[in-house]
Ligand binder design. Structure first.
Ligand code: C2E
Ligand code: MG
Length: 613
């Protein structure tokens, strides 16, 4: 048909018509092709969409994350299998209900901020965070949640899609790590780090809110002894009991911490006045005083407490810790079961101690120390059986200083080592000289401090003093304070055995104030027990200390060890001791501590006196 038309039309028109016809034909063909292609494509796309939808819904259904879809109000329209698995809720139990019903009801006070417990709060167009989710069991589920939304044409959310991953394990591990880092593993109390943090925060709030806080420093007077004599598990039990009792003495907002060993600190908020604090401290002492049953035994412990307040006493954690520590030491000085408050004068005391230390060093170099000797008498015979060497310090400005003031400082600073060696050396030399002057022998007792006793070389020091002075070992007595023996009984026994090998006599000084058990005592290589002044002082009044004196005499007799009473001042005391079978005595009643010259005169003047070794 086209060719026919061509034959009747002008050439250009024919050409144009031909081109047009071709173009139209081609357009028609193309249109048909496009149409059929589009039809095919929409079918394919639909298929693809269906496949994709199937894939997506299968992915959502089987996802490792729990997926939950709600309407705009938070009513649950869909949950996947993982949701049912993790929460133990069936679909029927949750579909149609608000997500609010999935909110965990645990109290999260004190956990990190940014954690939500109300499920509705995470229904936001874009939200990411951690959420504690209720389950159909007893333990809630920690989840990491991502929320997105489906918007309508107006941009309003019609659905929320919540995808959540189970992070309970991670959370628990994190909590465990935090627990380890901030809490004491034995007692579960705050540890030093957490306590420091809380103290810092409390000090900041003191400045902001103009309140008062208090820091209490507390330690047990005989923890080490219990630990060593009854074992570490008993020690642990003791600490647990103490932790419980302390917690029961404070309010929930206060912090009780264990810094290590038997050291506890307590932070009290909003303290109104000193009366308040006094009451709390007295409460604590009373509650810790009650007997504790450990391994079938009733153990009594006593405690010392140092107290400081902020802002009055200081405004930094370091200052407060130092203050409370100083107050604790003063409380300890007062005896057992005591508390004391920090005062300015305690700081002065700390400075005094530093000065004392400096002067002690000078004193040692300038030989400002000397010895006095106090006789020990046998009541049955009137003989002097020994003499105790007692150190004195002739201070250039302060005059004579007694050992109770400087021995503890020498102990703390290590100066006791050269000082103790000097005493041993001098005592041996002077007594050897006395022997030579009198032509007969008498024993000298030398006090050994805790640090000297811990020195594994003590045996050699003693041996050296004996050899260089020429004093026979039987004329030297080593006085060891009972408290030093209970620290590490095994080590103490070995040390005593080594000292004994030098041939000297060993005495337990101040017996009855330490914690050695009878069993332990029986196995120790010692020759004598000394009844401390505190017990002798109570004689002849009735009371627990008289009982102790008689008990010690009884123990010594039973173990066939000699017993010496110290600090005897009165006739009644002498009578009581004699009646109970203790005939060895030392005290002002017989003679005060004397210088070497006085001692020599004492012996020479009384030529009747027989000297016994
Ligand atoms: P201690 O071993 O119990 O010594 C007995 C103390 O009681 C001495 O005090 C003595 O002067 C005093 N005393 C003696 N008789 C009486 C009395 O009838 N009544 C009273 N109230 N007290 C009496 P001192 O000399 O002040 O010694 C005190 C403590 O210092 C000694 O107690 C001893 O533990 C220690 N000490 C003394 N000299 C040394 C030493 O050279 N080295 C070491 N490590 N410690 C020493
Ligand atoms: Mg002594």
């Amino acid at each position: 048909m086209a060719l026919m038309v061509l034959g009747t039309l002008p050439a250009w028109l024919t050409l144009t018509a031909t081109v047009t016809a071709v173009v139209v034909t081609m357009a028609l063909i193309a249109a048909t092709a496009v149409l059929s292609f589009r039809l095919a494509r929409s079918r394919r796309e639909q298929n693809e969409r269906e496949t994709t939808l199937t894939k997506f819904s299968s992915a959502v259904m089987n996802s490792g994350a729990m997926i939950l879809i709600t309407d705009s109000q938070g009513r649950i329209e869909f949950v996947n299998d993982r949701f049912c698995q993790l929460t133990a809720f069936s679909r029927d139990e949750v579909l149609g209900h608000s997500v609010a019903t999935l909110s965990a009801t645990v109290n999260l006070a004190g956990t990190e901020t940014g954690v939500l417990t109300n499920f509705l709060d995470c229904l936001q167009p874009h939200w990411k965070g951690e959420l504690l989710c209720r389950t159909n069991g007893s333990t809630p589920l920690w989840t990491a949640v991502t929320t997105s939304s489906v918007l309508d044409d107006d941009g309003e959310p019609v659905n929320y899609i919540v995808s959540a991953v189970d992070i309970t394990e991670l959370k628990l591990a994190h909590e465990r790590m935090e627990q380890l880092a901030l809490f004491d593993s034995l007692t579960n109390l705050a540890n030093r780090r957490l306590f420091q943090d809380r103290l810092e925060q409390a000090l900041q709030s003191v400045a902001r809110r103009q309140t008062q806080i208090a820091l209490l420093f507390l330690d047990l007077d005989q923890f080490k002894q219990v630990n060593d004599s009854l074992g570490h598990d008993a020690g642990d039990m003791l600490l647990l009991t103490v932790a419980d009792r302390l917690k029961s003495c404070v309010r929930a907002q206060d912090t009780v911490a264990r810094l290590g060993g038997d050291e506890f600190t307590i932070l009290l908020h909003d303290v109104s006045d000193t009366k308040d604090l006094t009451m709390i401290a007295e409460n604590m002492l009373a509650s810790l005083k009650a007997p504790i049953r450990l391994k079938g035994q009733e153990v009594l412990i006593s405690t010392s407490i140092g107290i400081t307040t902020a802002p009055a006493d200081g405004e930094t954690p370091d200052t407060l810790m130092k203050n409370a520590d100083l107050a604790l030491y003063r409380a300890k000085d007062k005896g057992r079961d005591q508390y004391d408050f920090y005062t300015e004068s305690l700081n002065d005391r700390a400075e005094q101690l530093m000065t004392l230390e400096r002067e002690l060093r000078h004193g040692l170099r300038r030989e400002e120390f000397f010895l006095l000797f106090q006789p020990q008498v046998d009541l049955n015979t009137g003989d002097i059986t020994a003499m105790e060497a007692l150190i004195r310090w002739q201070h250039p400005e302060r005059g004579e200083i007694l050992p109770d003031e400087f021995i503890p400082v020498a102990e703390d600073t290590g100066l006791i080592m050269p000082l103790g060696n000097w005493v041993l050396q001098q005592a041996c030399m002077q007594i050897k000289l006395l022997h030579q002057l009198l032509g007969r022998g008498v024993r000298v007792a030398v006090n050994i401090s805790a640090r000297q006793f811990r020195d594994p070389g003590l045996e050699n020091v003693i041996d050296f003093a004996l050899r260089t002075s020429g004093l026979e070992p039987r004329f030297l007595e080593i006085d060891i304070h009972e408290g030093m023996l209970s620290d590490e009984p095994e080590v103490a026994r070995d040390q005593l055995a080594r000292i004994r090998r030098t041939g000297v006599t060993i005495t337990i000084d101040d017996f009855g104030t330490g914690f050695s058990s009878l069993r332990q005592l029986r196995s120790l290589p010692v020759d004598m027990l000394k009844i401390g002044q505190t017990f002798v002082k109570e004689i002849p009044q009735d009371g627990p200390n008289t009982d102790i004196a008689t008990t010690i005499i009884g123990i010594a007799q039973q173990m066939e060890k000699q017993v010496v009473a110290e600090g005897v001042e009165t006739e009644q005391q002498e009578y009581f001791l004699r009646m109970h079978g203790c005939s060895l005595v030392q005290g002002y009643r017989y003679a005060p501590p004397m210088s070497f010259d006085e001692l020599y005169r004492y012996f020479s003047d009384d030529s009747e006196r027989e000297l016994k070794a």
